[in-house]
Design a protein around this ligand. Structure first.
Ligand code: NAP
Length: 394
């Protein structure tokens, strides 16, 4: 008899937790459960479809699925198909790796209007998440307001600004790609409520905005006087200083130089959203689509003995994928220590039938084959039943 651990959420933090557990206790039996029939969480549904280099991390996770005592259970919703209580009672430890999948509200009038989209919903649509199959109507969208100054805001602005050629090697769903290509877009406003020295963009992601084929990035004059705060720790100061240099380069460009202009605007707080416009603290700008990129919240889970959270579910929605490795490995050590003095539970296997690793491999193979026909890394299946059917070999 050995201990059994359930990991709820098959995203990066869940897989890194499994990796950490197996490094310390190779004898453990681990079930990694996801409500989707597919693994990899945010890497599949959240990482921008044109950033295939970032998505390549799944190769490490995929290898873990070959471990004999690690089972994948996809298409299983904890809370619906099985209660948290049942899970906690049946397993020696439960790791919650459910991330944060709810868009944080802005809390201003007009944010419930149909042209206002949270970035989770928007990016999940581009990425073919089965629960987010309908995207915004872009057919008459000329001007977009992207609210927030983090990497997600850059993802959204860049994905709207790129040409079909620039997206050719991505795995964006074809419906979304077609809608963006057909939109009469001319302006994308990236709006920060603070100055450039407080933006959380990473250097490479911001610099990429200066290399777009059909879009020119411009910045307002406030960036010329921006200085990275001297009190920041050195890596932060260097990151910010480099961003400010990049933004100064943008400030020297001219709006309208290319068919689409991305405007980096700082010190502008959104006050209200109305049809066709956003009211900012400094004035009103046209916006036929508004995408809020201001962070996420998560779903509730039990805080009981033997339940450990990792990743965004533990720390909140910050940090890149590599951040989660160290975090999940540290939690895995705590789990191993916690199991040390406890006898393994002896109850039956309670996992209902679900998509296993073999089922996922069938989905993967079908998607990669469909993509290859179009020169793309994969063509995602977006219908939950189609995913389940293929997983079962139909
Ligand atoms: P983030 O970096 O925390 O940015 C959130 C932004 O929202 C901040 O600029 C924040 O401004 C702004 N904001 C919050 N509330 C607001 C409000 N009420 N009105 C206006 N603005 C508001 O988060 P993120 O962009 O969602 O990214 C999440 C994490 O994923 C980050 O660690 C990010 O680096 C990572 N990520 C990485 C990549 C990549 O590596 N390529 C891509 C995507 C995401 P304040 O600073 O003023 O609060």
């Amino acid at each position: 008899m050995t201990h059994r651990v359930a990991i709820v959420g098959a995203g990066p933090s869940g897989f890194y937790a499994a990796d950490g557990l197996l490094r310390g206790r190779p004898d453990l039996r681990i079930d990694i459960i996801d409500r989707l029939p597919t693994p990899f969480g945010l890497v599949r549904a959240g990482v921008a479809p044109d950033h295939q280099g970032t998505k390549a991390v799944v190769r490490q996770f995929d290898k873990l699925l070959d471990q004999p005592d690690l089972r994948f259970a996809g298409g299983l919703d904890i809370g619906r198909d099985l209660t948290w209580e049942e899970l906690v009672a049946a397993y020696d430890a439960v790791i919650v790796a459910t991330g944060m999948v709810i868009d944080r509200p802005l809390g201003i009038p007009g944010e419930d209007l149909p042209h206002v989209w949270g970035s989770w919903r928007f990016v999940a649509w581009l990425n073919g998440h089965p629960d987010f199959r309908d995207g915004p109507d872009l057919s008459s969208v000329k001007s977009v307001a992207v609210i927030g100054n983090g990497n997600v805001a850059l993802d959204v602005a860049r994905l709207l600004a790129k040409t079909p050629e620039e997206m050719a090697k991505s795995d964006i769903v074809p419906e979304a790609a077609a809608a963006i290509a057909a939109a009469p877009l001319t302006d994308i406003h990236v709006i920060g409520r603070r100055g450039a020295e407080h933006a959380s963009f990473t250097n490479n992601e911001l610099a990429e905005m200066g290399r777009l084929a059909r879009a020119v990035s411009v910045a307002d004059a406030s960036v010329l006087g921006a200085v990275a705060p001297a009190t920041d720790p050195t890596p932060e100061r260097l990151r910010k200083a480099k961003n400010i240099e990049t933004l100064k380069g943008f400030a020297a460009r001219r709006a309208g130089e290319k068919p689409v202009t991305v405007h980096f605007r700082f010190h502008e707080t959104p006050k209200a959203i109305r049809a066709g416009e956003v009211e900012l603290s400094t004035g009103t700008i046209p916006a036929d689509l508004v995408v809020t990129c201001i962070g996420y919240t998560g779903e509730a889970f039990p805080k009981a003995d033997g339940v450990f959270a990792v990743g965004w579910a533990r720390r909140g929605p910050s940090g890149t994928i590599p951040t989660n490795r160290a975090d999940s490995h540290a939690v895995a050590k705590d789990v191993i220590a916690w199991l040390e003095d406890r006898d393994p539970k002896s109850g039956p296997d309670i996992l209902p039938l679900a998509v296993d690793a073999e089922g996922w491999r069938r989905i993967d193979k079908a998607e990669v084959a469909a993509g290859a026909a179009h020169g793309r890394p994969r063509l995602k299946l977006v219908d939950r039943q189609a995913l389940l059917d293929i997983a079962q070999g139909d």
